[in-house]
Design a protein around this ligand. Sequence first.
Ligand code: ASP
Length: 477
Amino acid sequence: MSEDCCQGYRGPGRELLERWRVGVWSEVRVETEHGAFTGIVLPRSETADDWHLVLKLASGYNIGLDVHAVRAIRELGRREAHYHIDERSFPRDPQKPFVKLFGTGGTIASRLDYRTGAVIPAFSPGELYGSVPELAELCNLETEQLYSVFSENMGPAQWIGTAEAVAAQIRAGADGIVIGHGTDTMHHTAAVLSFMLQKPPVPVVMVGSQRSSDRPSSDAPLNLFHATKAAAESDLAEVMVCMFGPTSDEYGLLHRGTRVRKMHASYRSTFRTLGDTPLAMVGREGVTPLRTTYHHRRFSTRGPENATESARVEALAEFHCVPCFDDRASLVYYYPGMKADVIDALVDSGYRGIILAGTGLGHVNRPVYPALKRARDAGVAVFMTVQTLWGFTQMYVYETGRAIMGMGVLPLANMLPEVAYMKLGWALGQTEDPEVVRRIMLEPVAGEITEREPHDGYLLYQGGLPEMDQFAMQHRK
Ligand code: ASP
């Protein structure tokens, strides 16, 4: 058997394939000590161990079989897997809204690379579109790839580039925008876009997926469908994140860009609205707002609510794109035992602003105080948020809070720490004056500070109340 037939297999794994005269992409029935399995032999990651045979089962899942437990292998045929998705173009329908889909990378645009065993960004937005043909029923969709990165690599240049690209499309008359993005930092980008794109007249919907599209449990198609539906049809003209609501695929939720956070490393229903309730539910049938206070769509160029030219011009005049960011901002997550040198190092390195994520109502320990004074004297703007994520800073309650404020630290109410960081970079990008920075930080722009939390906001298991009931019933003693 040629070298290529055993891609990535070494040692005992390779010997096994050779002994039974099968190779990568062979469709096989494998008899083992634990039962028989039928599937396709997948290439092995070069960095993986040499004693597993990896099969793709008919269910779409992959399993690794211990080669020492294998008794016999019979080849049934050969089937090479193709992970290429054809780009598709759809007929234009003048009655349907126009939506622009931007791709930036992330799992939603990824597949598993069997050579390395890693997930790599692979699909262009056009291929994504091709993989969810139902999108054509919703709108006329045009796609453009802005970046192809995992979201930890999104930074100021990409945030600014995305904001400018979105603004250009809105001004050109798009009825809605969808942005495919890695989920890990989607809430950071959602926050900064909420500040950069002010009063958008149409929905700007960010979407991602927790599982790549070559996995049977992938959430990519449904999330993309929900996000496109929201962009094409919904009345909510804000920067939002659209992802799985409950753990099942019943519906998606739309979260406000400044109140959303990724809260679970692997669940598909990983995004939660914090300090508030989500904006809306999205299902196959439509978008159902969950609250009345949101910014309404200003126009739709196609479809039933055809905008008059003057309404369009008026809405566009109110829309502002403020694409700036100064990366001399930092976010410091306080931990007990922190020393002053952490803050000193930032001040000495020329940082112009610091967000503290403090304990409880907004505290740091005494050893840090001298550094806070030094920061203030050096003209560095320092702000306090709470690491509890829910609730408000309340720095008048304890003597320590008052002392910290006395050192020039300004509390940011219930602004989430990451949101505060994104806003700080955006504010610093607009001015050299620390006083103006402070003013910008305290003035709510896009719901990042709210007057109060809804009374049931924290208690509501968002997106899963029926599941919660079910769980409680099942575990009732
Ligand atoms: N690491 C990926 C990213 O954020 C995860 C994802 O997309 O879900 O780019």
